[in-house]
Ligand binder design. Structure first.
Ligand code: 6PG
Length: 244
């Protein structure tokens, strides 16, 4: 059974995940190692980022040893309201004593989406340690959509079959939009993968993925099988259809 932790509400969930992240960063720091995180976009992690950017958590992190990437990005400029980077900047980066050289955004504004993906792949390979040639994140933060997508790995899109590239551009027809996303090889090589889900609108997908063993439909999230830790962080609303 996939590991899961259930909290009363998003605020409690966010505080717990924030403390867990701080503990992981300090554990790496004690070993003299940097710590790399790939942030999730969407709305669920906003509260988590706010928790990390304010006392007490913000004061307990050696931010100079933290490298922050993104799991995916919309094909928009960094000042667009849809930008995952803008959300992280306003809730997290603008409030952290983190060197600007420690945050790495995906250049969603480039007209050549393939080029943007290749540039980000090069950056990941420059900064991150590798295992079997694959860049290794210490922590991947992911949200989940009602269709079981994570990052920008949407059902029925070619990026689901990508095994060579670490970042790809993908046209998501249901959104009528281009996205740029990290691929399964990288996600599944992360040391820790946290999937955050909150709210009643996630109860159905959480049930289908975690609570219904008879369900043989495979959602993109179910192909997340990391060599490291996989932990689901749920609030009670998102977990409301799970029966233990
Ligand atoms: C994005 C995210 C995406 C998100 C889910 C859940 O760019 O939107 O990477 O995968 O995590 O769609 O979004 P919410 O947190 O807004 O429900």
């Amino acid at each position: 059974m996939a590991n899961r932790k259930i909290f009363a509400d998003l605020d409690q969930l966010s505080k717990e995940v924030g403390q867990t992240i701080v503990d992981l960063i300090n554990q790496a720091n004690r070993m003299g190692k940097p710590f790399s995180i790939a942030l999730s976009g969407g709305s669920t992690p906003r509260r988590l980022y706010q928790c990390l950017a304010q006392p007490p958590l913000v004061n307990h992190v050696p931010w100079g040893g933290v490298y922050i990437f993104f799991g995916d990005e919309r094909a928009v400029s960094p000042d667009d309201a849809l930008s995952n980077y803008l959300m992280a900047k306003t809730t997290l980066f603008d409030h952290l004593p983190i060197p600007s050289g420690n945050t790495f955004r995906i250049m969603g504004e480039l007209a050549d989406h393939k080029d943007a993906a290749e540039q980000y792949q090069h950056t990941m390979l420059d900064i991150l340690p590798r295992e079997e040639g694959i860049p290794v994140f210490d922590l991947m933060l992911l949200g989940i959509g009602g269709d079981g997508h994570i990052a920008s790995l949407f059902p029925g899109t070619p990026i689901l079959e990508e095994t060579e590239k670490f970042v790809r551009a993908v046209y998501v027809s249901k959104l009528h939009a281009w996205r740029l996303s990290i691929t399964y090889p990288v996600i599944n090589h992360a040391k820790h993968v946290f999937i955050l889900a909150a709210g009643t609108d996630k109860a159905e997908i959480v049930h289908d993925v975690l609570g219904d063993m008879t369900n043989n439909h495979i959602y993109p999230v179910q192909r997340i099988q990391p060599k490291g830790e996989l932990m689901w962080y749920l609030d009670s609303a998102a977990a409301s259809k799970l029966v233990d």
